[in-house]
Design a protein around this ligand. Structure first.
Ligand code: ADP
Length: 286
């Protein structure tokens, strides 16, 4: 497996890729068009303070998140767990600047999101975050490699500058010989690996994954998680993953448990049995 990547540091203006630098391959364009600066040397990739999210009002009001204060240190792989309806997806969407909280603060790499315009939020998502979802969300008419390059096209960068990056990623996810295949010509695991490469193509600081193994058998799921971890440790990326699966969560550095929109528990270096036990406790009535 080729290991030729060197990830640019947050906020840096690195223009090469270290020893194996490819002069044509630019690091993610953190400079151009991206205004929110990293304000301080926060040890946390993402942090929330007193986060609240309320849907509806009056009799239909739902408190999806209630006073959630969490810090996710740079490079951490965190699993977000909890019963259905406990607020996991809501939290992930707010952490990924896909949704706005009703109250409280979200700080990404030292930048408070509430101070950003919608345009700045969009840029922050594009430049700093990669998303992986349960239903791969690939474009059916595009080939595997075209799907991987989609974030590059959307952000107005030249795909030609990402040729080497594309090759490296397709090698990493084991799809070099499937690059011209369309999604319907790929298995579920292969499609999720395309989605993973797509999430990684622009060197995000933070990878947000919503049930990334939810549609995969356990062997394929664990392969996808291994790839996710491989990338994260290579680039010091932070992974925030919502999952129901105790085995998937046990690969994380930390599992955070939500119930009724509140953080109720957490486990470091969790093992599957421990996680299962905690989930059972949360799900049991009373
Ligand atoms: P989880 O991901 O843990 O299953 P969610 O974050 O999806 O939980 O939902 C948390 C709570 O917020 C649930 O009660 C859910 O019904 C509610 N909810 C989520 N999205 C909306 C929405 N768009 N409108 C109203 N209620 C919502």
């Amino acid at each position: 497996m080729p290991v030729a990547w060197e990830r640019p540091r947050v906020g840096s203006t690195v223009t090469g890729f270290g020893q194996n630098a490819c002069p044509h391959l630019h690091p993610p364009g953190r400079g151009r068009g991206y205004t929110p600066p990293v304000e301080n040397g926060s040890p946390n990739a993402v942090e929330t303070v007193g986060l609240r999210k309320v849907y509806g009002e009056g009799s239909t009001e739902v408190r999806a998140l209630d006073d959630v204060s969490l810090g996710f240190p740079n490079g951490e792989f965190a699993a977000i767990m909890g019963p259905s309806g406990s607020g996991k997806s809501t939290l992930l969407h707010i952490l990924g600047a896909l949704d706005k909280p009703t109250g409280g603060r979200v700080i990404v790499g030292g930048t408070e999101l509430s101070g950003l315009t919608d345009r700045e939020l969009t840029l922050l998502r594009r430049e700093r975050m990669g998303f992986v979802f349960q239903f791969f969300n690939l474009i059916p008419t595009l080939s595997a490699e075209e799907n991987v390059l989609l974030p590059v096209l959307i952000s107005g960068k030249k795909p030609a500058k990402y040729t080497k990056r594309l090759d490296e990623l397709l090698d990493l996810v084991g799809l070099a010989d499937r690059r011209t295949h369309r999604p319907d010509e790929l298995s579920g695991g292969e499609q999720q690996r395309v989605a993973l490469a797509r999430a990684l193509v622009r060197f995000p600081d933070i990878i947000l994954a919503d049930e990334p193994t939810g549609n995969l058998d356990s062997k394929t799921g664990s392969e996808v998680l291994d790839l996710l971890k491989e990338s994260a440790s290579r680039y010091d990326q932070t992974i925030l993953m919502v999952t129901h699966d105790p085995r998937a969560a046990s690969t994380a550095d930390r599992a955070v448990f939500l119930s009724d929109g509140r953080v109720v528990d957490e486990a470091r270096d969790p093992n599957p049995d421990d996680i299962l036990e905690r989930i059972r406790t949360l799900e049991s009535p009373g």
